[in-house]
Ligand binder design. Sequence first.
Ligand SMILES: Nc1nc2c(c(=O)[nH]1)N[C@@H](CN(C=O)c1ccc(C(=O)N[C@@H](CCC(=O)O)C(=O)O)cc1)CN2
Length: 288
Amino acid sequence: MNAKVIDGKALSAEVLAEVTASVSEIQAQGLATPCLAVVLVGEDPASQVYVRNKLRQCEATGIRSVEHRLAADTSEATLLELLAKMNADPAIHGILVQLPLPAQIDEQKVIAAIDPAKDVDGFHPENMGRLLAGDESVLVPCTPLGCLLMLKHTLGDSLKGKHVVVVGRSNIVGKPAALLTLQQHCTVTIVHSRTQDIEAVCRQADILIVAVGRAEMVGADWVKPGAVVLDVGINRVERDGKAKLVGDVDYAAVASIASAITPVPGGVGPMTIACLLRNTLQAYQQQR
Ligand SMILES: Nc1nc2c(c(=O)[nH]1)N[C@@H](CN(C=O)c1ccc(C(=O)N[C@@H](CCC(=O)O)C(=O)O)cc1)CN2
C-alpha cells in the first residue's frame, strides 16, 4: 500500500479562504474588525517563527492583530496585568500567549487569567471542561481541531465508529484530540509512556494520532495496514550532517502500509495556525 498524503498546506488554505470571506463580509457591513492579540515572552526561536506566521496569516485574512513582545525575564505579575487589560478591551476578541513560557511564569496561572470568551487557544479550564461536557460551541485547541478537520476531509461520514488511538496525553493535543473524536462517535483509546505493550494497542487503531515529541518513534510495526495516521510531532534532528524536521512517525516506513498519512512539515502544523484564525473569528462572532 502507498498512503495518500493528507496535504495540510492545501487544507489550511481552504480554512483560511473561508475566514477571509467571513472577515470581508463583516467589513462590508461596517462592523468592527475581528482582532487577535498575541503575546510572546522571551526569544525562543521556534516560538518566534510561529508567532510571525500567526501575525502574517492575520494580515492575509484581514484580521487585525496586536503584538506584545516581552523580555525573557518578565515577571508573572507583569504578564497577568497585561492580560487583565486585554480582557477588558472590547476591541480585542482573541488573546493568545505563545507557549512555552519562561520558567519563572506559571503557565496554568496565565492560561486561567485569560477571559474564556477570548481564549482562542481553547486552553482555559472552563473551555476544557465545556469540551469534556460535549459543548459544541466551545473554543477548542487549534492542533486537535486541525486534526479533526483533516479526518473529516479524509474519511467523511465513515469517521463515525472508527477506533482512534491517541498516542500522548497532553492537555494541548492528546486529551482534546481524544474528546473531539469521541464527540464524532469514534471509539477512543489514549496510550502513553506507561502503557503496556503500546505497539499492540496502536496496531488496533483505524486512526492513529501521534503527539509525543519523540522523533520517528512510531514505526510500521505500530500500524495496522490501511490505518489513517496523523503525525503531530515536530522534531529538529540532524541527518547526514544536515538539520532536518521530522515527525513522531517514521514517515517512509509507515507510508508504505497506511492508507493516508500527514507529512512533516506540511501536515498538521499549518492547520494549527489556520484553526487559530478560525477560532478568532468564532470568538468575535460569539462576543457580538
Ligand atoms: N499558545 C500556543 N502555543 C503553542 C501552540 C499553540 O497551539 N498555542 N502550539 C505549538 C506551536 N505552534 C503554534 O503555536 C505551531 C507549531 C508548528 C506549526 C507549523 O506550521 N509547523 C510547520 C513547520 C514549521 C517549522 O519549520 O518549524 C509544519 O509542520 O509544516 C505551526 C504552529 C506550541 N506552542
